[in-house]
Design a protein around this ligand. Structure first.
Ligand code: FAD
Length: 315
């Protein structure tokens, strides 16, 4: 890591990972009145739901029957809206150091001090698979600072949901798009696939499928979207008593390091039982214990949210 990286103002709690566990933990920390920051390696929130199956229906998330995974992410993000949460996208947490009574987590861009850290890193940082062409871009969406609207022509290759979404968003922005895939099958929600068909009929998206892998198109910008692979290696040097790909914890979610908690797929307590509902439950436990750890005057138990009114609640 570059030693010149900037030092950010501290937050009470820092969360590594913006999947269901991280988002729900952030909600609960903020509900307790503490400041919170999320570090997420991908350019968007949502973890596996956003990266791997945004177009699939999920049936076993409480109170969200038959919701698309992408919709569950939207609802989790909506639940954060009343709060001022510092969300850092496109940053991989790489180092953990003690600082005062808390910890500092380092990325390639900055150092982030916090009173407590919640690890909600799931299977690891979901990083895009490499592209065959070196100039190709490998992820969608792009980070906000990476402007794509000025692109004059685009070639999007791949059958993952991000390919359909990229083609649609580029075409909606007025960019002529060619969408190609080796199979005549694209992934997306029914609404996205219907919009793709409309664009195809109007000629605003040229669909080439099945296309040979070396199919060549002239375009100013090329996206080769080949899905994502989880990478736990940035965290595996942290002294957490690793058991394979899992981090053990006390019933509170605290790891062997005081003030460092673990929730979701990464936690040994769930083991192979990888479920969104479990991630939520573990996140609520970790967040409330972390709040008490940082501010011992706060009770661990949060009380009932139904006794409160949040900003923006006009009910
Ligand atoms: C195809 C598929 C279908 C599924 N269907 C269901 C289902 O129907 N019902 C169900 O309950 N569960 C389902 N699951 C499982 C569910 O998605 C997981 O249990 C859930 O996503 C775990 O949430 P999490 O927040 O712990 O981890 P994740 O969703 O993996 O999120 C972790 C996030 O942390 C980020 N991250 C990791 N390391 C770092 C780092 N060093 N720095 C910064 N960011 C980092 C990652 O990029 C990722 O965004 C499914 C999983 C898959 C793959």
């Amino acid at each position: 890591m570059n030693s010149e990286v900037s030092l950010s103002p501290p937050t009470d709690v820092l969360i590594v990972g913006g999947g269901p566990a991280g988002l729900y933990a952030a909600f609960y920390v903020a509900l307790r009145g503490l400041s919170v920051r999320i570090l997420e390696a991908r350019p968007e929130l949502g973890g596996q739901l956003a990266a791997l199956y945004p177009d699939r229906r999920v049936y076993d998330v409480p109170a969200a029957p038959a919701a698309y995974a992408g919709q569950i992410v939207d609802r989790l993000a909506r639940q954060l809206r009343p709060f001022d949460i510092d969300i850092r996208l496109g940053e991989v947490a790489r180092t953990l150091k003690r600082s005062g009574a808390g910890w500092t987590v380092g990325t390639d861009l900055a150092r982030y001090p916090a009173g407590a850290v919640i690890l909600a890193a799931g299977l690891g940082a979901l990083l895009p698979r490499a592209a065959a062409q070196p100039e190709a871009r490998t992820d969608w969406p792009f980070l906000p600072q990476q402007n794509t609207t000025a692109v004059q022509s685009a070639w999007v290759q791949g059958g993952v949901p991000q390919a359909t979404r990229a083609a649609l968003e580029l075409a909606d922005a007025g960019t002529p798009v060619t969408l190609s895939h080796r199979r005549a099958l694209f992934r997306g929600t029914p609404e996205q696939l219907a919009r793709l068909e409309t664009h195809r009929q109007q000629g605003t998206i040229v669909v080439q499928a099945p296309a040979a892998p070396d199919f060549q198109v002239r375009a100013e910008a090329i996206w080769q979207l080949n899905g994502y692979l989880p990478d736990l290696s940035p965290l595996q040097s942290w002294p957490l008593d690793w058991q394979g790909e899992y981090v053990p914890a006390e019933p509170s979610g605290q790891t062997c390091l005081p003030g460092v908690y673990v929730a979701g797929d990464l936690s040994l307590s769930g083991g192979d039982f990888k479920l969104i509902a479990l991630a939520f439950a573990q996140a609520a436990l970790c967040a409330n214990h972390a709040a008490h750890h940082v501010r011992p005057e706060l009770k661990i138990r949060p009380g009932h949210s139904s006794d409160r009114r949040l900003p923006g609640d006009h009910g």
